[in-house]
Design a binder for this molecule. Structure first.
Ligand code: ARG
Length: 567
């Protein structure tokens, strides 16, 4: 973006501030009263050279005022340079943004970025809260991929541990000789719940469960077969939901995958004196006092491995196998301390590590009602998705006069699922995430239906003009309307927004940008006639409509939404 302006500003740098080792970066200011492009470089230069910022800014202003692309240039605030571009220059910039709408080719020579997300525990249906990691992780994966990063999406299934022993005990006692496939996930969950109820009064069940898990660990054939069945039943149910959410993985490695890979690490840690003996023969890691981290256990006294032992093996495996530049864990805030300990442990082991990050998200709260069913069990994600689709059907029926569709069911699925997903991704992940049906499905607010409706509206205009996909920007336009100018500025910001959302791992910045874009587009659409305008205005407005639609679709799909061509 702003290639010509950047070149010009760098020329000024070279002539007047040689050896500064700085680079000019122009950004589109948030407020249109600050122009089309803004430069903060004079402030940084001035502080480095101990000069007055406004004097430094003046040098840029003098050089830029004669530049043919520049209609107006001013010093603003403490020493910013704000530029208003000529209409031609602005339109040229817009043509250059087309690149941001297409996914960049993967830079396969670069080390990959690993994003780990969703990570449900098997033998249980997905609960409503699972949607958080799942869609935040998928949108980050999509962002990285869109921007040309070699990206590996991994699902780390919780398919190992004593909970499995519990399930097999319950199966034997109350499973009525049915297979895991016959019971289905719901049947398995009932058994699991029953185990916990009965174990309250019969604690010996817990010992049985531990013994059963030990058998599985020792490779008992019947236990292995049972485990394989349960994994298959779970995966099938998961895949159905992932397909509805447009979520997919490059690798699914359960915790069980690391079963054989823990021993060498335990040996290494002991040898290095990083794993030391704790209470009752357990192996623990201690951290320096200033870290304020409590010790963590890597092996139980009875020799059993833990969740953390498997995570150590997971890091080792990923580093060796993929040589990643970064390793991201999209996991809720409840595991914050756990990940701090995990990362501190691998650092203590002295491993050569990629950038490690726990991409935290807050808890989900319901605006009204509760997150659990009357029985106290969690709401199943599948049911919440179905309810969202039902509610979307009502919205479609309510707006019968304005909504046109040839396939109301497909539209309801797109809108319902989209509402839920967008409702989450439009919120700052670091805060509690509020679940609010009304807001998610509102037709006017910051919601998926609003984005979808705006997109369909733009597509409809393009269809009527017969200009789909071939609306070329005219080179010369005498003057832009205020709405056109605002829309263009917003479109110019797209590539920066994508980059910011990626580097901060904050999908909501992209969501909120798309909302703003829809508002700017609708303001333009409502006031400036498109189809009935005279040339070259008509061509310009069609081109703006086409670019807005394309940016909207690209951005929404990064957030896993789908946009209807008609609605
Ligand atoms: N399955 C775990 C849970 O439900 C989350 C796994 C997170 N990832 C990891 N590598 N520890 O709590």
């Amino acid at each position: 973006m702003f290639l010509a302006l950047t070149e010009k500003a760098n020329e000024v740098l070279k002539t007047h501030f040689s050896g500064s080792e700085m680079n000019a970066v122009w950004l589109v200011p948030k407020e249109s009263s600050f122009g089309d492009a803004s430069l903060s470089l004079p402030l940084q230069l001035a502080s480095k050279l101990k000069k007055k910022p406004r004097d430094v800014a003046q040098i840029f202003v003098d050089a830029l005022s004669a530049f043919p692309d520049v209609a107006r240039v001013e010093i603003a605030g403490a020493g910013y340079v704000n530029v208003w571009l000529t209409t031609e220059a602005l339109l040229r910039e817009l043509t250059e943004t087309e690149g941001a709408q297409k996914p960049q080719a993967a830079r396969s020579n670069e080390r990959p970025v690993i994003v780990e997300y969703s990570q449900p525990n098997i033998a249980k249906p997905l609960g409503i809260h699972h949607i958080l990691s799942t869609v935040i992780g998928q949108s980050l994966t999509n962002l990285y991929r869109h921007l040309g990063y070699n990206t590996i999406a991994i699902n780390h299934l919780g398919d190992w541990g004593t909970q499995f022993g519990k399930l097999s005990v319950a199966m034997e006692k109350w499973g009525k000789d049915k297979s895991a496939a016959e019971l289905g996930l719901d049947g398995l969950l009932d058994l699991y719940v029953r185990f916990h109820v009965e174990a309250e009064s019969t604690p010996a069940l817990d010992d049985e469960a531990r013994a059963a898990f030990k058998k599985l660990e020792d490779g008992d054939t019947a236990m292995r077969a049972f485990w394989t069945d349960v994994v298959a039943v779970t995966m099938q149910a998961l895949d159905e939901i992932y397909a509805r959410l447009h979520v997919s993985f490059d690798a699914v490695h359960g915790e069980s995958f690391y079963e054989e890979k823990m021993k060498p690490i335990l040996e290494e840690g002991k040898k290095a004196g990083v794993f030391v003996e704790g209470q009752q023969g357990a192996l623990i890691v201690e951290f320096p006092e200033e870290t304020k981290l409590p010790p963590s256990i890597v092996l139980k006294g009875d020799g059993a491995t833990l969740y953390s032992t498997r995570d150590l093996a997971t890091i080792r495996y990923r580093v060796d196998q993929y040589r990643p530049q970064s390793l991201l864990y999209v996991v809720d805030v409840a595991q914050q301390l756990y990940f701090q300990q995990l990362f501190a442990t691998v650092r203590k082991l002295g491993w050569e590590l990629p950038h490690l990050e726990h991409v935290i998200f807050g808890r989900m709260r319901f605006a009204e009602g509760k997150m659990s069913t009357r029985k106290g069990t969690v709401l199943k994600l599948e049911h919440v998705l179905d309810e969202a689709v039902e509610r979307a059907k009502d919205v479609i029926a309510e707006h019968r006069d304005t909504i046109q569709t040839d396939d109301a069911d497909a539209l309801a699925e797109m809108m319902g699922v989209g509402s839920l997903v967008y409702g989450i991704l439009s919120q700052n992940r670091r805060m509690d995430i509020v679940f609010d049906w009304k807001k998610m499905l509102s037709f006017e607010g910051n919601s998926a239906p609003y984005l979808q409706y705006t997109y369909a509206r733009a597509k409809s205009v393009l269809r009527k003009a017969g200009a789909e996909g071939e609306a070329a920007l005219p080179k010369i336009i005498e003057a832009l309307t205020e709405r056109e100018r605002i829309l263009i500025r917003t479109l110019l910001q797209f590539s920066t927004v994508l980059e910011d959302a990626r580097s901060a791992h904050m999908p909501h910045t992209l969501a909120n940008y798309l909302f703003g874009l829809c508002q700017d587009f609708n303001a333009f659409y409502n006031v400036d006639p498109i189809l009935t305008a005279a040339e070259p205005q008509r061509a310009l407005r069609l081109a703006l409509t086409s670019t807005a639609a394309s940016v909207l679709k690209t951005g929404a799909e990064i957030l896993t939404l789908r946009m209807p061509e008609r609605m």
